[in-house]
Design a protein around this ligand. Sequence first.
Ligand code: NAD
Ligand code: GLY
Length: 352
Amino acid sequence: MKEVRVEASRSYSVYVQPGLIDSAGEYISSLIKGDTAVIVSDDNVSRLYGQRLRLSLEKSGFRVLEYVFPHGEKSKCMDVYIRLLEFLLENRLTRSDVIVALGGGVVGDLAGFAAATFQRGMGLIQIPTTLLAMVDSSVGGKTAVNLEHGKNQVGSFYQPYGVICDPETLDTLPEEEFLCGCAEVIKYAVLGSREFFDSLKGAGVRQNLEGVITACVEMKRDIVASDEFDTGRRMLLNLGHTVGHAVEACSGFTVLHGQAVAIGMAVISRAANRRGLLPDSDLHEILDILERFGLPTQTKYPALDLYRETLADKKSGSTHITLVVPRKIGSCELMKLEREEVLGWIEDGIKP
Ligand code: NAD
Ligand code: GLY
């Protein structure tokens, strides 16, 4: 089994091993004092893995409750959050009990925010079941729900007590969702490691799932340890996300997040190259790996529409926007630009 230790306001381990879901109860009982575990999940994931997790928790002596909501981003909202809090209260949960978030980033973000806020904070274990959640959202403590007109507008930093990653659960993940996770994996490689980038080109992701997940979690661990509350270096994790979020918004959220991040990485890499900041060979390698993973690198939306959506994004400041700019594979830089300058970057980046 692989173990990555995350040092933050609460320190914890991320365990990665195929089949781990069946011994989750053992790990959780070693971390949590309370006697009740609430599995929070969506309908898809609960149907596939809820019973196995319940058995494992019961075997370790927990009273087990389940709270299941419909899958999809729409459920990451105040209504579902409030109903979950009411459920916790009705069932007399206390701060020493635990929420076990079983699912992708939607489940992890919503259940994490409920754990952070119920009675000012209760136990939280993340069991991510999408590649995106394994390499990104389950680690680092960002929790949130959406408001009607803004994503992740209500949330908190709340580190889990542990993360249990069972790569076998990815066997049932739709291919399109798996590829979205691959976009985030490629993001880590472009951000932080030429060696990792080369290994992805060679062996891909599926062939070495445990190694790939562990490598990404280690990179995220290092970034979170140096900037847990996202005031500086952690912004590097937004590589591809500024334009990516704009593409998602222009498409009315029909382009999936990972696909949009791939487009965003391609756009920012082309623009950096045209400004002499990223060598030709590195640009071609970035575009090539995205295409090899079946991810898009072009967008049909005009620069002005993308720019308008970029300005509307919650991460945009009132006068400046911080772009994550690749300088070579394995190294990126934060560049604080005047808002108006960003239009030129987008124009340059969407040209083939
Ligand atoms: P998701 O949670 O919506 O899962 C995608 C789909 O896959 C859902 O339909 C789900 O039911 C299904 N699914 C999940 N696991 C499955 C499995 N093993 N087998 C079959 N189906 C499965 O989406 P996601 O991409 O995991 O997460 C996206 C969310 O994560 C967004 O809300 C985003 O804002 C958030 N996010 C948070 C952070 C963070 O740091 N907290 C980071 C990145 C993204
Ligand atoms: N997913 C971005 C972050 O954790 O900061």
